[in-house]
Ligand binder design. Structure first.
Ligand SMILES: [Zn+2]
Length: 286
């Protein structure tokens, strides 16, 4: 399969578990009430002026390696989305707080209580209102206690949501999803995460040969659809578009970045329409 270019196919690991783990939705529009969180999350670590970690328990080595992983992702992300390096207008989410619970059970016990997170998913980005002064962008996740080495669930996937929200998607979650944009939001988070980490997306690789969806259908994906369609097929749609039709992606992102949701929608569904469907279907088997 050429779903991941050879240069990235370095570490073909963590197959099914990792794929199944990537089930995270960027829901919950409101900024969370984090009062009282310090009592549960005693570790506070500043990676940089724009990034800090709160955790139940992490060693200095783990904190430093997590900071490095996130900091290193910026350049990868910007190279994929080809932005100017300037945030979208009115985005004041200059800093991000990463909250790490010590296990899946601790996450389910506390993330909803402390942050209003939907703990049915494997982590959650909470953008809040990016135009509001004092808003704190945050994602909540947990240590994957099933992994043999220290691993934070969906770390780079959730971080992509932060960067995408800041550099590609104008306004808050409600605005971002006022038209079907989930193919991009979740597809990009998967694409950047797997690509940056140099990991093979076995989930997407497994469903691709089934040729289940037309590309034009994937442009309609919403949260009502199943996880295969949102994550694995979102990844495939974004992968295909970025690598085969970058000019179209630039057009769509130009609209997303200015909150011109209907124009983006018209471009996807009418200008592109079904014209790439046959090629996408063929590409899925390559
Ligand atoms: Zn996500």
């Amino acid at each position: 399969m050429s779903l991941v270019p050879v240069r990235r196919r370095v570490v073909q690991v963590a197959l099914t578990a990792l794929a199944a783990a990537a089930t995270t939705l960027a829901v919950v529009p409101a900024s969370a009430s984090a009062q009282g969180a310090d009592a549960y999350l005693p570790v506070n670590y500043t990676c940089s002026s724009t990034l800090r970690i709160k955790a139940q328990q992490m060693t200095t080595t783990q904190l430093q390696s997590t900071c490095r992983s996130l900091a290193g992702q910026d350049a990868y992300f910007h190279n994929v989305v080809k932005d100017t390096g300037q945030p979208v207008a009115n985005d004041r989410n200059t800093s991000l707080e990463v909250v790490v619970f010590s296990s899946g059970s601790e996450y389910r016990r506390l993330a909803g209580y402390l942050y209003g997170a939907n703990t049915g998913a494997g982590g959650q980005y909470m953008e809040g209102d990016p135009s509001a002064y004092g808003n704190q962008a945050r994602f909540v996740t947990y240590r994957d206690d099933t992994a043999s080495t220290f691993t934070i669930k969906n770390l780079n996937h959730e971080y992509t949501h932060y960067l995408d929200g800041r550099f590609d998607m104008y306004g808050d979650w409600t605005a971002n999803t006022s038209t079907p944009t989930l193919w991009w939001i979740e597809g990009l988070a998967e694409y950047v995460s797997y690509g940056y980490l140099g990991k093979w997306n076995a989930w997407a690789g497994g469903v691709a040969s089934q040729q289940t969806y037309a590309l034009s259908t994937l442009f309609d994906t919403t949260q009502q659809n199943d996880q295969d369609r949102i994550y694995a097929w979102g990844y495939l749609a974004v992968y295909y578009m970025l690598e085969n039709h970058p000019a179209d992606v630039a057009k769509v992102l130009g609209h997303y970045r200015t909150g011109n949701w209907q124009a983006a929608r018209t471009y996807l569904k009418q200008t592109i329409g079904t014209s790439y469907d046959a090629d996408f279907r063929r590409w899925l088997l390559t």
